[in-house]
Write a new protein. Sequence first.
Length: 311
Amino acid sequence: RSDLELTEAGLKTCYHNIMNLKELGIPAVTCNMCAGVVPATDDQKSLCFRWSQLAFLMPYVIISSGDSDLTVSLNDNGNDGFKKMKESITLRKQLYYYLSKPGHSTQEKTNGIVMGDNLFMVTNLEGLSEVDVEFPSGQWLAPQTETEGIFKNSDGKSTHKLTFEENIAKVMFYKLENILVLKDKDNDDNIEVHVFQLKDENIGTKITSTFTYKDHKTVITLDPNDKKVTFEYTAADTAADTAIDPNKFKVSKLVIYYWTEDAGKESPKQTYDIGEGRYNVVFSYSDGNSSELKSIFSDWDESLIPGSDGS
């Protein structure tokens, strides 16, 4: 095996191999992460971050070097050479339920990739400080818990100028009017539920999404009128190949973005005023007694009325 080099030419070759070989019916295409090089210079660190974004398009991730053992550098939190790359890999793990779906689709846009129906990642193969990005139609958010985040409302045709930051949280966008279930980055047995309310127009619309795993289904609904998020579970037909352990699907965090009222700050709830009459509401269940966490595969609800408890 001959590795690509950690250069912009190597980055582009990796990207085009992934996208073009898929078109030829070869779905499992990957490249050695960061070309197996421990980034030392600012240019190498930038390349490694942009290379790590391609991990979201790969079926699996490898990083190896024939010349040296990378274990120490990968495990050294004080070494920032791989820091941003590891943050990308962590988010890739969190998005497992969407990136691992059979037939998962990708579509190229100008300086961006649409992944499935609800994920969009800004790309920057040229290493520019500003990029003109062709977002898919709809409202999109790169969320930040305590601030508005980066919001784009797109007609699907025009491009939007965006300052490119080498931070995976600021280049990964989620489509609003949607609910996504992510793996907990710190505990493989827990999950997070992220509810993305529209920012503009139809903000009172009920949002519903169904989370399915081995034919077990939970309908998650945000009802602005009832001011609560509900979980309604339907078990799969009894069969050995559909057996699950509900304790491995405990909800450690529930986040509602762009809520329209102050929901209060009673533990485990925290409400952040992000301006323009919008709030991000965060329920951090794992901060309390972990044994009391509720499974996504059960019936329960969480109120967004100040002073109310979930049930």
